[in-house]
Ligand binder design. Structure first.
Ligand SMILES: Nc1nc2c(ncn2[C@@H]2O[C@H](COP(=O)(O)OP(=O)(O)OP(=O)(O)O)[C@@H](O)[C@H]2O)c(=O)[nH]1
Ligand SMILES: [Mg+2]
Length: 459
């Protein structure tokens, strides 16, 4: 795959007002264009990799566009591996646009989405999974999401994939030797050794694939649905978690008519919390539609917070909800403790053995610390925390890992039956190719284009 020779330019900072903004160019012509449009302040000169103060001027009209700090970075030790220029101008949309247009006029062309990073990949500086990590780093909304993306960016994840690929390669080499120099005496041994090696490789692939549940959670957030009959304090909980009056709270049952969804960062875990309309047998049409949405949210939730008004006896409405929530990851809140406890913790424990239960008073202005602790512990359950562990956050990677695992599974089954090595070899080789696609070694142009199309402009 050849590196595109044309020089690309884009605004690399976010749109809108800012203290500074950056226009970036990459390619063979970047240096030439830069020397034509950048005028160092008197007494200054352009030194590679050093910021220089000066101005950007249109050489044709001699119009000065902006006062800037700029840097020229020669290939190959740059972000893209090509010559790169960065111009730090005032963060005005006008300045940025004019400088960019001047770069175009002087011979650069607009960069495509993710094209700077794509060039870093095509230039061999980073592999495909590292390039994909760049978007995750940029988009990370929580500390945890950021840390996991950084692990992928620094190559730890790719290293793990390469390690497994090498193990598989060793098996393929053994097979090739045995096909070329068959030795009937050792054939039994070959199959035994192969089965062990394949099983080891498959276990590693499976462990990575299994981490996708955690990965999805870190990246997309955990869907939490707050459910219960009307007036138990669902909206009060929502507000306490968010620390603001997001949902209307009144003493009138049926206050929340529509589901309300908000994102919320719980100590690094992104949550998508939904406050729902209290579930009851409603006659009002609007409320009925709201209740349907409540049920829908409940069905899609990763974690359900079921609230009970503990100051009053359980009634039919509670019972009805309780009859459908088993099987969900469940946190039960016995709310309104301040009004006295009629529904005891024991009673609920007996109904839902092993379930996490919290006693809360979420009346006006209360804090939801205990609920946060409980949710955090339930989500973490020990396994996400270890920052050593590599987590798969990318659906493309997870899919390829599953395919590789299935090929290895087939190969193991055939090995047990002592099928001809030539046949088993095909599956093993295919599994290696799937792993290679993750880091871009076996990826086709289409896959690569698709990966970079998800980027933002200027990256
Ligand atoms: N005393 C006391 N009052 C509470 C507590 N939690 C909520 N409330 C009150 O209970 C009433 C109902 O609270 P909401 O949060 O609106 O209840 P909800 O479950 O969202 O109700 P719907 O939207 O109607 O389904 C309000 O008057 C709250 O102030 C609590 O722990 N103790
Ligand atoms: Mg409500």
């Amino acid at each position: 795959m050849a590196i595109k020779e044309d020089t690309i330019a884009a605004i690399s900072t976010a749109f809108g007002e800012g203290g500074i903004g950056i226009v970036r160019m990459s390619g063979e012509e970047a240096g030439r264009i830069f020397s034509e449009i950048f005028v160092p302040a008197s007494g200054k000169e352009i030194v590679s990799r050093m910021l220089t103060y000066g101005s950007i001027r249109d050489p044709e009209t001699e119009e000065v566009i902006d006062e800037v700090l700029s840097v020229f970075m020669p290939a190959p030790h740059t972000y893209t591996t090509e010559d790169v220029v960065e111009i730090d101008c005032h963060g005005s949309v006008v300045s940025l646009r004019r400088i960019l247009e001047l770069c175009y006029k002087m011979g650069a062309r607009p960069a495509e989405r993710g094209e700077f990073t794509k060039r870093a990949f095509l230039g061999g500086r980073i592999d495909l999974s590292q390039a994909e990590a760049v978007i995750d780093v940029i988009r990370a909304k929580t500390d945890l999401g950021f840390d996991v993306a950084m692990k992928q960016l620094d190559g730890s994840f790719s290293e793990k994939i390469r390690e497994i690929m090498n193990e598989i390669l060793d098996i393929l080499v053994d097979i090739a030797v045995n096909i070329d120099y068959p030795d009937e005496d050792i054939e039994v041994l070959v199959y035994e050794k192969m089965e062990k090696a394949l099983t080891r490789a498959k276990e590693k692939v499976d462990a990575l694939a299994a981490s996708q549940d955690t990965g999805r959670l870190i990246k997309e957030g955990l869907k939490v649905s707050i459910i219960g009959k009307p007036n138990v304090g669902k909206s009060s909980l929502m507000n306490a978690l968010l620390g603001e009056s997001r949902a209307i709270v009144t003493s009138v049952p049926g206050t929340t008519r529509d589901t309300i969804e908000e994102s919320y960062d719980l100590r690094g875990i992104p949550l998508r919390i939904t406050d729902t309309a209290g579930i009851r047998d409603a006659s009002d049409e609007i409320e009925r539609i709201g209740i349907e949405k409540s049920k829908d949210s409940f069905n899609r939730a990763d974690l359900v917070i079921f609230m009970i008004d503990a100051s009053r006896d359980l009634d039919e409405e509670d019972e009805e909800i309780m009859s459908v929530i088993a099987g969900k990851k469940l946190l039960i809140l016995l709310n309104k403790q301040d009004l006295g406890t009629v529904v005891s913790r024991e009673k609920i424990e007996n109904r839902f053995p092993g379930c996490v239960i919290c006693e809360t008073s979420l009346g006006h202005g209360a804090d939801a610390g205990a609920v946060e602790d409980a949710v955090y512990d339930m989500v973490m359950q020990g396994d996400v925390k270890q920052s050593e562990s590599l987590v798969v956050t990318n659906a493309r990677h997870a899919d390829l890992l599953r395919r590789a695992s299935s090929q290895l599974g087939d190969a193991i089954a055939m090995t047990r039956l002592s099928e001809p090595l030539e046949v088993i070899e095909i599956d093993i080789d295919q599994s290696r190719q799937y792993l290679g696609e993750i880091i871009g070694e076996e990826a086709t142009g289409d896959i690569i284009d698709e990966v970079f199309a998800r980027f933002c402009l200027g990256k």
